[in-house]
Design a protein around this ligand. Structure first.
Ligand code: HEM
Length: 184
């Protein structure tokens, strides 16, 4: 397995975990109660959401870091942190880096939630939606082999990215409907 394959694998796991985290976050925000509702037993949703965020962040970091060890990708540290002159698909590289900074922002601000207070923290936490929007465009359109090839939307990896995107979109729509009904 080459460094590019390994990096792509880390990226796919990070994306799957971030998808799971958005869905868990949506359950938290709608006050889903697993004891009263299905599965009628206690599930520590907040703990899962919290720890999953740290694991996801580590993988989001690892995904570009592995590329630095590839002799074929041609990425230097600056191409990862500020990829406007990076090799290959610059726009999608930039969206990947924006995702990295946005997820870091969400996790760091959540760490300081007790000090920030809910009123300040919560609007900052909506950055999560921006982060995953960038993530799905990055993941859908980038060539996993970094050869500038057009994306094959029916390739297994792309289907995984697209499925996660659809799940997040559907969950977010339900969340919006819930909020609108509550307001009405
Ligand atoms: C240590 C890190 C994190 C903590 C402590 C945390 C905590 C929380 C809490 C308490 C809620 C419920 C908010 C409420 O309605 O009262 C929430 C919601 C949410 N979280 Fe997180 N979170 C973390 C990281 C993340 C990450 C990394 C993502 C995804 C990138 C994420 C995505 C979401 C989403 C989408 C919601 C629903 C927001 C809404 O529409 O109301 N969270 N989070």
């Amino acid at each position: 397995m080459s460094a590019v394959d390994l990096s792509s694998f880390a990226g796919l796991i990070a994306m799957s975990l971030l998808t799971l985290n958005v869905l868990l976050g949506l359950l938290l925000s709608t006050r889903y109660h697993p004891l009263r509702q299905w599965p009628h037993r206690w599930v520590p949703i907040f703990k899962f959401h919290n720890w999953n965020a740290y694991v996801s962040l580590s993988l989001v970091f690892l995904h570009p870091a592995i590329l630095l060890f590839s002799s074929t990708a041609g990425f230097k540290i600056f191409d990862v942190l500020w990829p406007i002159h990076s090799p290959g698909q610059r726009l999608y590289n930039c969206l990947g880096t924006i995702t990295f900074y946005a997820v870091t922002f969400v996790v760091v601000t959540s760490h300081f939630r007790p000090r920030l207070g809910n009123r300040i923290w919560k609007p900052l936490h909506y950055t999560a939606y921006f982060a995953v929007a960038c993530l799905f465009v990055h993941g859908t359109f980038i060539d996993p082999n970094l050869k500038n090839a057009p994306p094959d939307f029916l390739d297994g990896e792309k289907v995984l990215v697209e499925s996660c995107g659809v799940l997040v979109l559907a969950g977010s729509m339900l969340r919006l409907r819930h909020a609108l009904r509550k307001r009405a």
